[in-house]
Design a protein around this ligand. Structure first.
Ligand code: FES
Ligand SMILES: [Fe+2]
Length: 448
């Protein structure tokens, strides 16, 4: 690697090999990838064959299946998969009746130990086994001798996240994710509750979505209001096996791009959220992040939360963590923002941005999800009721707060621009190294 290119390191004292330490960075070169992959239908089909139908895909979260009998449906393109918690554990199966092909379950989630087909009322156990065939005597016995049930799909859970894989013999999930042991587990996502779920449709290829969320290079231009509170040039980018990656975005410090290094309004809000009276705060802007960490650590102790395994940095910073191909999770000890970028059924120039906000249900007036997650005022964070998924269509505001509205408006601008004959393909900086890493992995999968 060119040694003149700057590298940001969040915590120079992080022990080598620890989760916070800067990972050794391979030289990924300077190749420019063909731009047609963002709109070509051929490429979209190739992705379907080689990527979507052969990868572990995040289907949902364990918080949505607390009891035996709970189920949810995961749709991707023309496929629909039921994921259910049964007596025997998690099960996944194609959401299609073997009789005449009717879609069996037509709600997003629910509870019940049986699925009954809406067409001729065949019924199935929640693990997919056939239970009953209506008017069975009218069928020639040899046609139904195999007792047709729902076709199984591989399913595994890790750290509170549930993944499915349509391949026949997929590799173990744990290995496929590529993140170090303990990385996701530390956040106890399995103990969190879903406090919001929003699915919005955006006018760009799904990869344009992934890419926008994989770098902090655009923050100053697209999200100027973050400059007071996010150290966008101090972001540490790390690459892991199998396309996984993360960026650590330091929060509670102004961007080094701006001159004003005073304790600005944004920092004052963050101090107040951590329980520090901003009027009494005597430090400078450079002291804010540290002060918040200290206050949060003390509060966690007071509330009886075991945060001993989190570094100080984890208490303030966003560990934005990508799982190949289409997931990024903004990880914080209090809350996690799970983003999923799903291809549109037929149009390579649209995608669904599916976001689930998870929170630890802790009673304390200051214990909140970070502002950037855009939780509306008055959101019920007790976990008493799983809120219904909110849906927003193409061109509608995604109702996820200012930052994400800015992204939703910007992405179609990128999608349209790239198609020009005046554009030769993306030129990624080392701040965009996660994008290159993503494309190296994507190419590897598509060529396999
Ligand atoms: S299609 Fe399901 S019972 Fe006929
Ligand atoms: Fe953005």
């Amino acid at each position: 690697m060119n040694s003149r290119i700057p590298v940001a390191i969040i915590n120079p004292d992080a022990p080598p090999g620890s989760l916070e330490a800067k990972q050794p960075q391979p030289d990924l070169g300077v190749e420019i990838y063909p731009k047609e992959q963002y709109w070509s239908r051929e490429y979209m089909e190739l992705e379907w064959e080689k990527l979507w139908t052969r990868s572990w895909l995040l289907a949902g979260v364990e918080a949505d299946l607390p009891r035996v009998g709970d189920f949810f449906v995961f749709d991707i393109r023309e496929e629909s998969i039921i994921v259910a918690r049964t007596e025997q554990g998690l099960r996944a199966m194609y959401n299609v009746c073997p009789h005449r092909g009717a879609r069996l379950v037509n709600v997003e989630r629910g509870h019940g130990n049986l699925f009954v087909c809406p067409f001729h009322s065949w019924s199935f156990h929640n693990d997919g086994r056939l239970r009953s065939i209506t008017d069975q005597a009218w069928f020639r016995p040899e046609l139904i001798a195999h007792r047709p049930g729902l076709k199984p799909v591989a399913v595994e859970a890790h750290a509170g996240l549930i993944f499915v894989n349509m391949a026949e013999n997929p590799p173990p999930l744990r290995e496929a994710i590529g993140l170090p042991e303990g990385y996701l587990e530390a956040y106890r996502l399995d103990k969190m509750v879903v406090v919001r779920h929003v699915r919005s449709e955006w006018g760009a290829n799904w990869k344009v979505g992934v890419e926008a969320f994989y770098e902090s290079y655009h923050l100053h231009a697209v999200h100027p209001e973050t400059r007071g509170v996010m150290g966008d040039l101090n972001v540490q980018y790390d690459l892991y096996p199998n396309g996984a990656s993360r960026m650590i975005v330091p929060l509670g410090q102004p961007s080094p791009r701006i001159k004003d290094q005073s304790v600005n309004e944004g920092l004052r809000i963050m101090l107040a959220e951590a329980g520090i009276d901003p009027d009494r705060f005597e430090g400078t802007a450079a002291d804010v992040r540290r002060a918040i960490q200290k206050a949060k650590r003390e509060r966690a102790e007071r509330l009886g939360l075991d945060w001993s395994h989190f570094t100080d940095g984890q208490l303030t910073d966003s560990w934005a963590t990508g799982i190949f191909p289409n997931v990024q999770i903004g990880l914080h000890p209090e809350a996690a923002f799970v983003m999923r970028f799903l291809p549109h059924e037929t149009d390579p120039e649209r995608f669904y941005y599916d976001t689930i906000t998870l929170m630890h249900p802790v009673k304390d007036p200051h214990f909140k999800a970070p502002d950037w997650m855009g939780l509306p005022e008055g959101t019920d964070c007790t976990g008493r009721m799983r809120p219904p998924t909110e849906h927003y269509g193409l061109g509608e505001d995604p109702h996820l707060g200012l930052v994400l509205s800015q992204d939703a408006s910007l992405l179609p601008v990128v999608q349209r621009g790239m198609k020009s004959r005046g554009f030769d393909g993306q030129l990624w900086s080392e701040q965009e190294i996660r994008l290159r890493h993503f494309h190296v992995e994507l190419e590897r999968r598509l060529r396999s």
